[in-house]
Design a protein around this ligand. Sequence first.
Ligand code: IPE
Ligand code: IPE
Ligand code: MG
Length: 255
Amino acid sequence: MTANADLNSASAGPEPAGVVCPRHVGLIMDGNGRWAEARGLSRTEGHRQGLDTLRRIIRHAGHIGLEYITIFSFSSENWSRPKAEVSFLMGLLRRFVQQDLSELHETNVRIRIIGDRDGLEKGIGQLLHEAEELTRGNTGLTLVVAFNYGARNELARAMRLLAERVKAGELEPEDICVEKISSALDTGSLPDPDLIIRTSGEVRLSNFLLWQAAYSELYFCDCHWPDFDEAAFDKALEAYGMRSRRFGGLSAKAL
Ligand code: IPE
Ligand code: IPE
Ligand code: MG
């Protein structure tokens, strides 16, 4: 058993596997670069393969009836990578939206974007906006794309928004509460992620949904994102089904 397998095992008495399905799964799609380097390929080839994996996982999530999936596609810290890699990733996002939008729309997927839109190339900002608008009325899987996203940046923008409302006399400081902060975040009305999966063996959140992950179940697997597949996803769901979520209280059995 690896260290990560330990981390993923059920935290309390087993409940029947697969019975409890998460509503919202967050995906930290990590390891594209290492996957490519291990094969003597360029890092960009890893990102290209990673996009194919993403397509399969989105289809699978739709088939099994998941309500929300949030994918970490580019972090606010990823700008520090070499310029060529950053521009490849921008191009890949552009291609993903251009090539896949009609299929996503036809399969009733609703797209939501989270992250800081300031400072994005105008064309990309416009494309993301169009994807959200086209799919606004869809009622199937909600695909939340975290792009130029960092949780600290999101929280700072939310705090600024609330401060402006206080300054304008629309809000009293004593009325600022957990719910007001939650709804000022990019995720607004979305439910918190029940399960967050990170591939590639790294055991950290890297600034992903820090506020929203307060009670998320975390699942780490060693395979790199391009090798992740439907079976690996189902395995994570099964592990989730074995967890005992207590939210600070006691499990039903103990009451
Ligand atoms: C994840 O893979 C994709 C993005 C961060 C955009 P990485 O590019 O981080 O791959 P590794 O972690 O270097 O292997
Ligand atoms: C997190 O992966 C960001 C995405 C998957 C988009 P990173 O590869 O950027 O995270 P660190 O640098 O290993 O923490
Ligand atoms: Mg990485």
